[in-house]
Design a protein. Structure first.
Length: 166
């Protein structure tokens, strides 16, 4: 990368950091804003024809907006899979009818069997998400895989769990 491009990006960063941080914080919260800010500038650096960008601050704003949409989409996907709590429903109380208790126990057994039958990596991803409450990103970092792979493993796991209960 040329020194001119690096200097240009650094100057652009300094001039726009505060506004982008405020924008990202409003959209995703302070915790994720710093990560998305960094990713915004990484993507700007990767842009091959940065010299041709007519309005660099607007370009950065668009990258940041795209990243917030990507994050929202990933979170919606995660929440879809986090319906694990809904797989069994609520545990029947001790005053519940016997048939409700038996049905719950049958469903719990089927679910345990489905989880145990998952391929090892798929089961590991499922357990980290469902039992340790890790995000897809945290799981990906822990296992050294992409978030996309984590989503694929969770998709398989949830499909098999729902099928076992169906």
């Amino acid at each position: 990368m040329s020194e001119n491009k690096t200097r240009f990006i650094r100057d652009l960063f300094e001039r726009n950091r505060r506004a982008l941080t405020a924008y990202l914080t409003r959209r995703v919260g302070a915790e994720d804003a710093s990560d998305l800010l960094q990713e915004t500038f990484v993507r700007a650096l990767r842009h091959e024809r940065l010299d041709d960008v007519a309005d660099p601050p607007a370009f950065l704003q668009q990258i940041a907006a795209n990243l917030t949409r990507d994050l929202a989409r990933r979170r919606r996907t995660e929440h879809k899979y986090l319906a694990f709590d809904q797989l069994l429903g609520e545990r029947p109380s001790s005053e519940a009818r016997q048939d409700e208790i038996v049905d719950y126990e049958r469903r719990a057994r089927r679910l345990r069997e489905a989880i145990e039958a998952l391929p090892p990596r798929c089961r590991e991803v499922f357990e980290l998400c469902a039992f340790e409450d890790l995000s897809f990103r945290e799981i990906a970092l822990r296992l050294g895989v992409t978030e996309r792979m984590v989503r694929q493993h969770m998709s398989i796991a949830m499909q098999r769990c729902w099928a076992a209960l169906g």
